[in-house]
Design a protein around this ligand. Sequence first.
Ligand code: HEC
Ligand code: HEC
Ligand code: HEC
Length: 147
Amino acid sequence: MCRRLVLALLLLLAPAAAAAQDGDAGRVPLPTIVKGKGEACVADTDYMRRNHMTELDHQRDETMHRGVRTRKFSLKECVACHATPAATGGYASINAPGQFCRSCHDYAAVTIDCFQCHAARPGEADTKRAGAFSRTAGELRQESEVQ
Ligand code: HEC
Ligand code: HEC
Ligand code: HEC
């Protein structure tokens, strides 16, 4: 199904899902989204639902390799607030099934590769793929343009 359509449906149904969780449990199989830490997200919640993908995008991110990027849309910050403690101690990967990033993505059939390189748990180093972080953002951008 067209992703835009799925997104539109998600946005339409989100209030219904919240209502369903309050009382009418289980009738509509919508994603359960774990609430983030603190009072608010780095931007308006509705804005984040619609625009987090473009705000996070490497390609669009002209400021990154010039070193003037703010921390506002840093993946580390997303993980710091949106990862949840695991039953076994520590934190669950933010991209594990049922966890924050996957809650909507599985529903919308979106797959992201971000956490092959970026840390998926608070305090974890970005070293999952040795070498990836020795490349510059500019090199990464060129590689993805070639593909
Ligand atoms: C092949 C490894 C790799 C993959 C896959 C990857 N990144 Fe990155 N990313 C990097 C490197 C290297 C940097 C630059 C080093 C840094 O700033 O931490 C970076 C920097 C960033 C930054 C700026 C620094 C920060 O933490 O905010 C953001 C935002 C970002 N990536 C988002 C993403 C998103 C979203 C995805 C998935 C769509 C993704 N990255 C996939 C390697 C990767
Ligand atoms: C300071 C903690 C904090 C940080 C940092 C943060 N968030 Fe949030 N985020 C929240 C909270 C709290 C909410 C729920 C706000 C509400 O209920 O109105 C939220 C809501 C969201 C939502 C909407 C979820 C829903 O229920 O529909 C998305 C999407 C989101 N955040 C993505 C991100 C991304 C991507 C990043 C990193 C760029 C990020 N957040 C960084 C705390 C944070
Ligand atoms: C409120 C639901 C929701 C949450 C929570 C959420 N996403 Fe998304 N995300 C979506 C939807 C829906 C799309 C597809 C939008 C489209 O294609 O227009 C998407 C797309 C993306 C994309 C672009 C993927 C592509 O190939 O086009 C990235 C990157 C992304 N999300 C990162 C994240 C990260 C990182 C998190 C966790 C910190 C997260 N998202 C949490 C709903 C969500």
